[in-house]
Design a protein around this ligand. Structure first.
Ligand SMILES: Cc1cc2nc3c(=O)[nH]c(=O)nc-3n(C[C@H](O)[C@H](O)[C@H](O)COP(=O)(O)OP(=O)(O)OC[C@H]3O[C@@H](n4cnc5c(N)ncnc54)[C@H](O)[C@@H]3O)c2cc1C
Length: 488
């Protein structure tokens, strides 16, 4: 089934998770200033499915229509439809709002596709059934999932099992007939305060202690689940004129706390075999390829938007005639074109497995890693080409309501290609990308949401292309072998 926005609003207002905000437990998440905007945006995601073609699709795995983000691709055509569906969703967000429901839907779908050859094979039929049933539940209920992976930053020089309290990272404290009890925290958990379900899946590379080796899905309202929300970056009420991005796509981030939470056995899909994580991430399941593909699509649509913004501003200001400005806009367009090529290339060279067709991981992971630097660079370009003129913008919409002031604005805020109002609206949009709290939070997200860029770029060499090393080195070796070997 596919919900409407009003179904989600009703569900989250009746059953909100426990979220602390400024010392109080949030009672009305739908109208709370810090969550009002993302709740509305999530609702609009559901409504989008009823407005845009290609997002509601017959899902043969469950025999009814679901969001395309839950449909398992069985052919390259299916994969292309999925990619283009995600592009439609992210064009709606202009590449912002990375933690939209479709993101975790994709993970749940991929776990389902590999229920047998991964979860069943390694963990047994019970866990295989769990992966399948959690997916079926998602297709039936169309719930919004958040997720959390990373342990709090207590001491990164030691693994969490060696910390003074080994249960700062979420770990198993007890096994019972009805499930396992877990305790600890994880950050960042974007969307936790307004999500209905949680996937918890730790990074086992940081610590292979089996007590941490647990993937599970539970409702965010489960006893003992708590979210501690960061300060809201939302604009003041009615800030749509001054903050067009923040007022649409502000996401809320939180710390997830699991205070002795009982996780029933039927909600667990990965249990106490940390060494099997590599197979999940890189091989049988190839999760890394999948989530980076989603990131690539998010950032592809963002780069298109940033290119449009750069053109709009410089063409109105007459600066698009300068070669140095053209070079910079050209640079953003190169990133757009490379991402477009990556999207279609990753489908053309998709891996056709018996249970799923998945995007080429060399392409999707590399493109996503590339964007960790390309998107912040595009923001930097916007800063460079708008220069100091990005700053002196009148305080707000009310400036245009004073006739005397408006006369000055009409004269001195106008640009060659814009009247004053167009100019101010465009520069408010610009500032919300390059300067506001939401803009800065997104830049941090663009760099770090897949982990540290240095480590990820290194991994392109040490892991992603490892099995293709000889293909490249051979090209050099052949010439070396053909070169004469002078004798002394
Ligand atoms: C806005 C935002 C939203 C996010 N939302 C989510 C979410 O919803 N769910 C989720 O699971 N994750 C989310 N993430 C990602 C995640 O929570 C972390 O931010 C990310 O994995 C980086 O981890 P960290 O902050 O602990 O930094 P670390 O990885 O600890 O890095 C901190 C610094 O230390 C250095 N460093 C750390 N370890 C090493 C090492 N071994 N070798 C060399 N250098 C090292 C890094 O270079 C970096 O400069 C989000 C991130 C952001 C920014």
């Amino acid at each position: 089934m596919i919900r409407k926005g009003s179904d989600y609003i009703e569900s989250i207002s009746k059953n909100p998770p426990v979220t602390y905000y400024e010392g109080e437990v949030v009672s009305d998440v739908v109208n709370h200033p810090a969550f009002r905007i993302p709740v509305k945006t999530v609702a609009s995601y559901y409504d989008l499915h009823w407005k845009v073609d290609g997002l509601r699709v017959y899902n043969r795995d469950v025999g009814e229509e679901t969001s395309i983000s839950l449909v398992r691709p069985r052919s390259k055509e299916d994969l292309l439809k999925l990619g283009e569906g995600l592009v439609k969703i992210y064009e709606f967000y202009r590449g912002f709002f990375g933690r939209s429901p479709d993101y975790m839907n994709l993970w749940t779908m991929v776990f389902f596709a590999h229920a047998e050859d991964y979860f069943g094979k390694h963990f047994g039929s019970r866990f295989m059934e769990n992966a399948m049933e959690i997916y079926r539940e998602s297709t039936r209920k169309d719930h919004f999932y958040t997720h959390a992976i990373v342990a709090p930053m207590y001491d990164r020089s030691r693994p969490p099992s060696q910390w003074e309290d080994p249960y700062i990272q979420i770990g198993i404290t007890e096994e019972r007939p009805e499930g396992v009890v877990v305790r600890g925290a994880a950050m960042i958990c974007t969307a936790g305060p307004y999500a209905e379900m949680l996937w918890y899946l730790p990074n086992m590379r940081r610590d292979s202690d089996p007590r941490y080796a647990l993937y599970f899905s539970i409702p965010t309202t489960t006893k003992g689940v708590r979210f501690i929300a960061r300060r809201g970056f939302q604009p003041r009420e009615g800030g749509e004129f001054e903050y067009p991005i923040s007022s649409r796509w502000d996401e809320a981030d939180a710390i997830l706390v699991l205070d002795n939470v009982l996780v029933p056995w039927d909600r667990i899909i990965f249990f106490k075999k940390p060494e099997l994580i590599e197979d999940l991430m890189w091989h049988t399941v190839g999760l890394r390829g999948w989530f980076n593909w989603h990131f690539m699509i998010q950032h592809y649509t963002r780069l298109k938007f940033l290119a449009g913004l750069a053109m709009t501003i410089t063409e109105a200001a007459g600066t698009s005639t300068f070669i140095n400005v053209q070079e910079k806009i050209g640079e953003i367009l190169l990133y757009v074109a490379l991402n477009e090529a990556a999207l279609y290339g990753s489908v053309a060279r998709a891996q056709e497995l018996p249970n799923i067709v998945r995007p080429d991981p060399y392409i999707s992971i590399s493109a996503s890693h590339f964007n960790m630097k390309a998107v912040p660079r595009a923001n930097e370009i916007l800063r460079l080409i708008s220069a100091g003129s990005s700053i002196p913008i009148p305080a707000g919409a009310k400036d245009f309501t004073n006739p005397e002031e408006r006369a000055y604005l009409e004269k001195y805020m106008a640009m060659k290609g814009f009247d004053a109002l167009e100019r101010v609206k465009t520069f408010n949009l610009l500032w919300d990308v390059i300067g506001s709290e939401v803009g800065m939070r997104y830049e941090q997200y663009d760099r770090f949401s897949r982990g540290d860029p240095t480590i990820r770029w290194a991994q392109t060499y040490t892991e992603v292309f490892r099995d293709r090393r000889n293909e490249f080195v051979k090209l050099v070796k052949e010439i070396l072998d053909q070169m004469p070997n002078p004798k002394a």
